[in-house]
Ligand binder design. Structure first.
Ligand SMILES: Cc1ncc(COP(=O)(O)O)c(C=O)c1O
Length: 455
């Protein structure tokens, strides 16, 4: 039989040794984050109670490539390089002339792309003398990735998990506990902000913004503790670029190059990871379409204004220049918990604004339909977040068929859905609905940030 090669692997020795920093190449640099008290650009000292200085330096760096420390590489090699896979069965089902490839980030021990930055952040905190990290988690992917990474470097880990996800996903909590992390539902009774939210609404389902506020409060009020964020910030985007850098090498080995690159966007980290190395080529003249896929229920990039806003609901972070629905925005409780965030990475936002990235939104039912089709053709069950990327890739493959063009499509398979089967169960039983936000709700959420500095 003729073998159609489906998996394109790099050897361990071929793992990239540097991360790529898109801040060095952006046609319009990102606007600076602002200190809300002074209205002036935030300084390293402003961030120091929350993050260790070595990560703050990365956050502010405009160096094009940054060396990956050996101790980080050693841990990344537990599951990297990840395979690039060709989705032949999906192509055949769709009868598309397009070639569909995906970068399989679900092979990490935590099941998603999140350990790529969790390992790096645990390392830099350890180097800085920090003993304990706090964080938030939506779907539970980030909390499990950080618990795993803290275990590798001998750090304590405390995770505030958005309440709806905590109730829907007990196994994620058990994963965190197995790696030694402590996980509690947010809003919680353990912080001032959590207690305030619960006093206002004892049934508050939580949101990423609230959980971030609790984790930051814990970090700045506890000894030898810093906060760790799984998305949004520049250093997180930087660490994730190893995904796209590996993909570039894999495509070079098979003499191909994507016409379309797709990722789903919550805070923007897996999307940045797969796309920034290709966007570098685009900035220097290469033709490549880059698509960011988000939920219609939380349409930050497609319907939010580009504005300064807080990264968290309690308004404790610096003001970030980004597409936002307002830090008080409470997204509907869709199953893609990791995409329920009011803002988006400032780097991704600036690139959307400069039209280097095209943002699209997808309904919940469309994304589950895409995920089920992927599972029934390729076999792997995707995370509900990842289903957004698959929906966009399928849309592009159908377009290629209409146009009769043999395109190469690459999407990021950001995580598996084996611990997200409740959502699949609801979909299969016909209990899931679409939820498109009414315009008035968006106007109301945005009105809440009208007194913040304008861009
Ligand atoms: C599997 C998966 N994909 C995507 C996301 C969205 O986050 P980001 O936009 O930072 O990649 C999450 C977040 O929890 C996730 O778990």
């Amino acid at each position: 039989m003729k073998i159609d090669v489906r998996k394109f692997n790099l050897s361990d020795a071929e793992i990239p040794r540097q991360w790529y920093n898109i801040a060095a190449d952006m046609p319009n640099p990102m606007q600076p984050p602002l200190n809300p008290a002074t209205g002036k650009p935030a300084t390293a000292e402003d961030l120091a109670p929350v993050f260790p200085m070595n990560l703050i330096e990365q956050e502010m760096s405009t160096e094009q490539y940054i060396d990956i420390p050996d101790k980080v590489l050693e841990k990344l090699l537990i599951y990297r390089p990840t395979p690039l896979k060709r989705a032949y069965a999906l192509e055949q089902y769709l009868k598309t002339p397009a070639k569909i490839y995906y970068k399989d980030e679900s092979v990490s021990p935590a099941g998603s792309h999140k350990p790529n930055t969790a390992i790096a952040q645990a390392y830099y905190n350890k180097e800085f003398g920090i003993k304990r990290l706090t964080t938030e988690t939506g779907a539970g992917q980030w909390g499990s990735a950080l618990s795993f990474s803290c275990a590798l470097f001998g750090l304590e880990c405390k995770v505030y998990m958005v309440r709806v996800s905590y109730d829907q996903k007990p196994y994620r909590r058990l994963m965190m506990q197995t790696w030694g992390g402590k996980c509690i539902p947010s809003p919680s009774q353990e912080t001032n902000f959590g207690r305030k939210m619960l006093a206002e609404d004892p049934n508050c389902p939580g949101s990423l913004g609230i959980a971030i506020s609790e984790a930051i409060e814990d970090a700045v009020t506890s000894k030898d503790t810093r906060y760790s964020l799984g998305s949004v910030l520049n250093h997180v985007m930087l660490h994730q670029t190893i995904i796209g850098l590996e993909a570039l090498k894999q495509f070079a080995q098979i003499n191909d190059y994507p016409d379309v690159v797709v990722g789903c966007v919550g805070g923007g980290s897996n999307f940045a990871g797969i796309s920034f190395p290709f966007l570098r080529d685009k900035i220097y003249g290469k033709q490549v379409k880059v698509i960011a896929a988000e939920p219609t229920a939380c349409p930050t990039l497609t319907r939010g204004p580009f504005a300064y806003d807080f990264g968290d609901t309690a308004a404790t972070t610096p003001l970030l220049p980004m597409y936002t629905l307002g830090h008080n925005f409470m997204p509907p409780t869709i199953h893609a918990g990791g995409l329920r965030y009011h803002g988006a990475s400032p780097l991704v936002s600036q690139l959307v604004r400069d039209k280097l990235i095209e943002a699209r939104s997808y309904d919940q039912l469309t994304t589950y339909e895409a995920g089920i089709l992927f599972a029934r053709t390729e076999g792997q069950i995707p995370a509900p977040e990842t289903c957004h990327a698959i929906a966009a890739a399928i849309e592009e493959a159908k377009l290629a068929k209409e146009e009769g063009i043999e395109k190469t499509i690459l999407f990021n398979y950001s995580g598996h859905g084996l611990l997200d089967l409740t959502g699949y169960s609801k979909y299969l039983e016909g209990d899931l609905t679409d939820f498109t936000l009414p315009e008035e709700e968006i106007k109301r959420a945005i009105a809440a940030i009208s007194d913040l500095p304008r861009i």
